[in-house]
Ligand binder design. Structure first.
Ligand SMILES: Cc1cc2nc3c(=O)[nH]c(=O)nc-3n(C[C@H](O)[C@H](O)[C@H](O)COP(=O)(O)OP(=O)(O)OC[C@H]3O[C@@H](n4cnc5c(N)ncnc54)[C@H](O)[C@@H]3O)c2cc1C
Length: 889
């Protein structure tokens, strides 16, 4: 029976003559709504699109202000679903103007005959889930209400203009315009005194053009933005050639890229480049006039690390100073309150140069806030400006504004979306909300949306939703709803992703900070377009993971769970390792495995500079051992940390954890001495343990020669190195010293029992496998020796040990024995702090500058070491990133 007939029987409400009954109702006829309608029709669904505006276009229908253009190159900012459409349309410019993009969307609507199913001039006011009929009922401001099985909000991320926050607008006697609702008829600004309030993207695009027409232009700026020249013209030859030489491959690359535009992952980090090299890259990016290029291609740490970012920010500020003649105005236009890219930078044409014009005045609202708008103009707390026209370029209630403007949206059991989202948007995948069956949001909060080329993100969402509706129909289900578990997991994954980038450090419309009273949190998904796409695909291949599907006669399917539990960068790294299809390390033989590790380490980012790096020999248990020393740049003497590398007592050496040692040296301000202890199988148990102890003793005795502070040393180690550090503390206690002030044990081996759950749960797939651990144990230690506390410190006496900081990772076979050691130490009266890192794997913390989410953990480790050494807490930016306020329950 056709859907519409079922619905008509199921619900009385739908029998009303004023109700239009369809399978799917779509709200919004912009980029998203148009494509969805096309796909729905092809899939055989009856559909209607409801659009407040008078025609198609969405963003490009409303934003007609002077200078309105896209800021992603138009060859990328286009539909890609139909190669014939691509052939049929040629863009005239690198960044098309609003009229051209609107023409394009009109052309698309005509080509696929879309307008006949769009009700223009119709605003959706309310939406209610009819539980009995399993349908959404939409109330509109005009014409028939709508009853639909599925309700798709393609209402736009930037379609709800923010009302002015200033009193007196209605008293103003002159003309008032909003960039986001610019009139369709021509606006004559020639020779007028004009005020523009706001210097976001719309302000920055319109100000140079308005300045050319105005007698006097006064720009009221609250927050300066970074802007770079668009260098508009024809599409750049290199990008065009790339596209045209293999269009399908180019589009596919875009779909799997980070931002929806095909650019490679930049690998060079800023500190590996000289000043001249960095400047050369920057100048090239500046000349390219391409947002995605300058945001992703300078150096790998530009978007994830405060120091790497400062370098870019300063180069842009230098450009501003180079253009704007008045140094005070240049300074006022220079952003200092947010990292470059944490707020969307703008593309401009002559923006900064406009402030050199005699008819342009900049008013810095940070120094003189607006007091009121009066009949004749604008008054700040210092002066008054008489104007004929006020242009509000004050932006949008982004991402949630248009969704929440449909009010109420009432889901299951009478729950309203505004109450569910009171503390910030809660979604699963940015597409659905638990408790709101059959409701879909296109580019909703929690998806890459505004952090991407939205043409790519819109197509991905539209395809995903329509494909799901088809699958639902084929399987005989009528409803689809996210589970609470999946939604909570997504909030956590969003929070994890937010630690990766610097967006969390800026007050922006990405975080809701531009709207008074709006809940704060990073709203778009910061993990990237390609990773996001793979997650959405995984939900499907995992049997609609995190969704409850229901159908007639009690049919139900629910594969509940969280789609991503790993940290986002761990997921990427493990994915890359899986693709390499490496043979198991334990099959390589000891020397083969060592060679492999050497090669593997060559590909990692070099550690960051420290004051001094030295090498030397020290006395081990049975002869000299090499060491590597890392000294901070600050004047000594410094406390000394004796460090033991990881590698299962078989692999690695004093420099194999080089980036980690450098990082610890920089963060702690201490000397790190990494010891090259002897390895199995050449030197089996207890060689490594005895070397660890002997080396610690020797270093403590020679502390002054290292420039070390007199007094106790500290010990630290990762994995088998953590084992050696723990054992060293026990031996030092029992053998009369040296005094040890504290122990940092990162994912340590502490016991020879392999029965704990983490050994089974994480037996494979997380690089350190159960099989590899067995191999390490076999090479190092015979079964008869394994209960000796010198290899299983958990079985030793624990009283009287130095304070400990123990780090364990969720996806690590060694997790539970690390936790057990921490718990046992605490029970024995040893001061212990544990960091149980969620979503991390065994190597997370030593993969410096690769696993970015490991930064906060290392910052905590460093603070712990400093605490053990009696040093004060650090206030520097190298400490843990601030807690992230991502909307989560
Ligand atoms: C000036 C400007 C420039 C931009 N440039 C770029 C760019 O270069 N690259 C890029 O990727 N993105 C850009 N964007 C973002 C842009 O919004 C998206 O690229 C894209 O156009 C969004 O399409 P959409 O269909 O999702 O939403 P929209 O185009 O916003 O369309 C949503 C439609 O829904 C309608 N609607 C909303 N609520 C209701 C309701 N209750 N009832 C009825 N109708 C309703 C609105 O009237 C609107 O027409 C820009 C945005 C702006 C404002």
């Amino acid at each position: 029976m056709p859907e519409a007939m079922v619905a008509a029987r199921a619900s009385d409400a739908t029998n009303s003559a004023t109700t239009q009954t369809v399978d799917v109702a779509v709200v919004g006829a912009g980029f998203a709504g148009l494509y969805i309608l096309h796909r729905l029709r092809k899939a055989g669904f009856s559909a209607v699109v409801l659009e407040e505006g008078g025609d198609v276009g969405g963003t490009w229908y409303w934003n007609r202000y002077p200078g309105a253009r896209c800021d992603i190159q138009t060859i990328d900012y286009s539909y890609t679903f139909d190669p014939e459409l691509e052939k049929a349309w040629t863009w005239s410019e690198k960044y098309a103007t609003q009229p051209e993009i609107l023409r394009y969307l009109g052309f698309v609507a005509d080509r696929y005959d879309l307008r006949r199913d769009i009700r223009f001039g119709t605003k959706v006011k309310q939406a209610t889930w009819d539980e009995a009929g399993e349908r959404w009922q939409l109330a509109t401001d005009k014409g028939a209400s709508v009853s639909c099985r599925h309700y798709i909000m393609a209402t736009g991320c930037l379609s709800s203009p923010k009302p002015p926050e200033i009193d007196g607008v209605k008293d103003f006697k002159g003309e008032v315009y909003f960039t986001g609702r610019w009139p369709h008829e021509e606006v004559n600004l020639k020779g007028k005194r004009i005020a523009v309030i706001g210097t976001g993207s719309s302000g920055i695009q319109s100000i140079p053009i308005i300045a050319e027409q105005a007698a006097q232009l006064t720009v009221f700026q609250r927050t300066p933005n970074f802007a770079l020249p668009a260098h508009n013209g024809t599409a750049p030859a290199d990008r065009k050639t790339m596209l045209e030489s293999d269009r399908a491959a180019y589009r596919e690359q875009a779909r799997w890229s980070l931002a929806g535009v095909p650019y490679p992952q930049q690998m060079d980090v800023s500190w590996q480049l000289s000043d001249a090299e960095r400047r050369e890259r920057f100048e090239k990016a500046w000349a390219a006039g391409d947002l995605v290029h300058i945001l992703t291609q300078l150096w790998a740490d530009q978007a994830v690390d405060v120091d790497g970012n400062k370098l870019v920010s300063e180069l842009v500020r230098e450009k501003i100073r180079g253009v704007v003649k008045d140094p005070d105005i240049a300074e006022a236009l220079s952003p200092h309150d947010h990292p470059f890219g944490a707020k969307r930078p703008c593309l401009d044409t002559n923006y900064y140069a406009t402030y050199n014009r005699p008819n342009v005045t900049l008013v810095n609202l940070r120094q003189e806030p607006i007091k009121a708008i009066t009949a004749s103009g604008i008054t700040t707390d210092k002066r008054s400006f008489d104007v004929d026209v006020i242009v509000f370029a004050t932006g949008f209630d982004a991402m949630t504004g248009a969704i929440m403007a449909v009010h109420p949206i009432t889901g299951r059991a009478g729950k309203s979306l505004s109450s569910v989202w009171a503390q910030g948007p809660q979604t699963y995948l940015g597409l659905t909300v638990a408790g709101f069956p059959n409701l879909f949001m296109i580019t909703g909060p929690g998806s890459p949306s505004v952090l991407s080329n939205m043409a790519v993100s819109i197509e991905q969402h539209a395809d995903w939703v329509v494909d799901r509706l088809v699958a639902l129909r084929e399987a005989g289900f009528t409803t689809m709803e996210a589970t609470e578990t999946a939604q909570t997991g997504w909030a956590r994954h969003m929070a994890d992703c937010a630690t990766l980038t610097l967006h969390r450090l800026a007050n922006t419309w990405y975080t809701g900070a531009n709207v008074p009273g709006k809940a704060r949190g990073v709203m778009p998904y910061t993990g990237g377009v390609g990773p996001y796409r793979s997650i959405c695909n995984e939900v499907v291949s995992g049997g609609m993971l995190g969704f409850r599907l229901k159908g007639p006669n009690g049919a139900e399917q629910c594969n509940d769970g969280e789609v991503v539990r790993l940290q986002p960068d761990v997921r990427l790294v493990l994915g890359m390792l899986a693709q390499m299809n490496l043979p198991p390390i334990e099959t390589m033989g000891a020397q083969g495995a060592r060679d492999f590790l050497d090669e593997f380490n060559k590909a990692r980012p070099a550690g960051r500079p420290v004051g001094e790096v030295g090498e030397g020999m020290l006395q081990g248990a049975d002869g000299p051992l090499p060491y590597k020393l890392y000294r901070p740049a600050t004047p000594g003497p410094h406390p000394i940390v004796v460090y033991f590398h990881g590698g299962g007592w078989v692999l690695g050496d004093q420099q194999s954890d080089d980036p980690f040692c450098r990082d610890m040296c920089r963060r702690t301000g201490m000397i790190i001495v990494s010891v090259g202890y002897r390895h199995a199988p050449e030197h089996r148990f207890p060689a490594a343990a005895e070397d660890g102890y002997a080396a610690t003793r020797w270093i403590a005795e020679h502390a002054a020669e290292f420039g070390g502070k007199p007094g106790p040393v500290l010990v630290a180690g990762w994995s088998a190195g953590g084992n050696i550090a723990a054992v060293t503390c026990q031996l030092a206690r029992d053998r009369g010293g040296p005094p040890i002030a504290g122990q940092l044990l990162v994912c340590p081996v502490t016991d020879c029992s392999f029965d704990r759950p983490s050994y089974t749960e994480n037996a494979a797939g997380y690089f350190l496998t159960r099989g590899l651990m067995f191999w390490f144990w076999d090479l190092y230690c015979s079964p008869a020796d394994r209960t000796d506390p010198r290899v299983s410190p958990l079985r030793g006496k624990l009283e009287g040990l130095p304070p400990a900081y123990i780090v364990t990772c969720e996806f690590d076979p060694l997790r539970d024995e690390g936790i057990a050691y921490g718990d046992a130490l605490a029970k024995a009266g040893v001061p212990v702090e544990q960091l149980r890192a969620h979503g991390q794997f065994h190597s997370s913390f030593t993969m410096v500058d690769v696993i970015i989410t490991g930064v906060s953990g290392r910052a905590k480790m460093a603070e712990a070491l400093r605490g053990f050494a009696g040093l004060p807490k650090q206030e520097s930016e190298r400490r843990a990133p601030p807690e992230i306020n991502v909307a989560a329950k």
